[in-house]
Design a protein around this ligand. Sequence first.
Ligand code: GUN
Length: 281
Amino acid sequence: MILLDGKKLAEKIKRDLKKQVSRMKQKPVLVMALVGDDPASKVYVRNKKLACQEVGIISKEIFLPENISENKLICEIQKLNQNKKITGIIVQLPLPKKIDKYKILESIDPEKDADCLNHHNFGKFLQVGEKKSVVIPATAIGIIKLFEEYKIPLSGKYAVVVGYSDIVGKPLTEMLLDRGATVTVCHDKTKNLGKYTSQADILAVATGVRGLIKSGMVKKGAVVVDAGIHRDKNKKICGDVNFRAVSKKASFATPVPGGVGPMTVAMLLWNTVRLSKSSPG
Ligand code: GUN
């Protein structure tokens, strides 16, 4: 089994971004809004901030209280939209349950939407594809970059995507279809999930269910990608796939940590640099 080393590829992408940023007169400025104090979100935002420092992107975090109203949060985003110095905005998800995340994402200026989660950008991406989009959903394109780096063919392959989130499942399905793969999309609720996953040449999992995919659910020689992130009983980071067992059957697999996570961060920075280059200011 060959590890799909996201950490290594992310470093390479960040080195290239650093060169690009060093040549830019106006450095990109990314603002990350964090609502409440979800510990995992804090870690993600901190990792993004450190990665921004590495490549020379100016970043700022804003911390907003858990009980902020939807309207007040939209006002805060509008202030960021209007600030000409800011070139990219991220609202870290998940948001508190009483807030309609789609209203919030819609309020981000599409020209500053580093996540590609705004209706305009996400819709455009789904319709016209990534080649004509300024920003691309970061986790999904990060996974595709890993396939490209390791020369994993997709055309004519059978791919199973488990999970249908805006961040991973939906855009990844689109990108796999675009590259000639035949795709089945499943849920963690799919009856007899293993019936589908065990036929997959390419298996991509992003459900938020720790250890959902066991070795018996994977075809020998499959390429397995795990976008999950959890803590196990010993507080060690693990994913949606039982990596130890599955790695004995897979031909390629992403580790957790060190697989999809660093690629997401690298591609968010990539989006941020693209937004900054395409901005009129
Ligand atoms: N929460 C988990 N992953 C992501 C991501 O890629 N972007 C945002 N905004 N929130 C997340």
